[in-house]
Design a protein around this ligand. Structure first.
Ligand code: COA
Length: 262
């Protein structure tokens, strides 16, 4: 489907997108490239992320590079920022999308399992934000866009690790908005609801559970990756120039219903 935004709305912009090799963040990378931005996508495995960058460039005609880095390692994500600056000369936007998740009952989840997800989602967001800080400030119109969730608005069964991590991501979003706003960096988050065309949803709400969930959403369907990408283009665009510290919920109204997850 054609974009509702002008094709060149992000021309001149450079974005680094963690988790950009797959799922929602690959969709954001595709949308940014299609609107004129140059993009560095980051994920853990070199061959996977290089292939993703190549495909994204071919799909959009834009310029993408892929850099392998684990957001749990501050030096690795700093090297990814350095590679972006070396290739593109600036960095305007950091999208913190790298995340790990699985279904696990709290009583059966190991301490290491809990910590692993908090490490990737929350500490990874902090590490990448720190690594990108100077470049974002130098850009003069920096944006950090965190990919949060709605899990932690209520207790969500089997998701204590991811809920705790995303609650922390929301806190980081608000704190950095306050500390870095005066330095010219906006910090926002998108909280996607259930997005149908992702690996995560297929794993987390398979088959009949998924159908029951969709029937409870006010808009009566899952969202799409493209709908999250549109929100990401809006928050990067000049239309959102006075928006910071915001957590934009894109979930078909699921979070405001009184009906539970299962
Ligand atoms: N259920 C319970 N515990 C799990 C688990 C599951 N499905 N998957 C991982 N863990 C636990 C491990 O048992 C381990 O704890 P332990 O040492 O006490 O046994 C801990 O988490 C770390 O697991 P490990 O596989 O060594 O970590 P990793 O850093 O290689 O990968 C994830 C962690 C979360 C990224 C991995 O589970 C994964 O690849 N998930 C699928 C991809 C994904 O999450 N995509 C995002 C979708 S939103």
């Amino acid at each position: 489907m054609t974009s509702v935004f002008r094709d060149d709305i992000l021309r001149g912009h450079v974005a680094l997108i963690t988790g950009g090799g797959t799922g929602i963040c690959r969709g954001i990378a595709r949308a940014y490239l299609a609107h004129g931005a140059r993009v560095c996508v980051v994920s853990r495995r070199q061959e996977v992320i290089e292939a993703a960058a190549k495909d994204l460039s071919e799909e959009t005609g834009g310029e993408a590079i892929g850099v392998a880095a684990d957001v749990r390692q501050p030096e690795a994500i700093a090297a990814a920022v350095a590679a972006t600056l070396e290739r593109f000369g600036r960095l305007d936007t950091l999208v913190n999308g790298a995340a790990g998740n699985f279904l696990a009952p709290a009583a059966g989840l190991s301490s290491n399992g809990f910590r692993t997800v908090v490490d990737i989602d929350l500490c990874g967001t902090f590490n990448a934000s720190k690594a990108a800080f100077e470049a974002l400030q130098a850009a003069g119109q920096g944006l950090i866009l965190n990919i949060s969730a709605t899990l932690h608005y209520h207790g969500t069964p089997l998701q204590i690790h991811a809920s705790a991590a995303k609650a922390g991501v929301d806190a980081v979003t608000r704190n950095l908005a306050v500390e870095w706003g005066p330095l010219g960096i906006r910090v926002n988050a998108i909280a996607p609801g259930p997005i149908g065309d992702t690996e995560g949803m297929k794993r987390l709400a398979p088959g009949e559970l998924g159908q029951r969930l969709a029937a409870q959403i006010p808009l009566r369907r899952y969202g799409t990756i493209a709908e999250i990408a549109d929100a990401a283009v809006f928050l990067r665009s000049r239309a959102a120039s006075y928006v910071t510290g915001a957590i934009l919920v894109v979930d078909g109204g699921q979070a405001v219903t009184t009906v539970g997850f299962v």
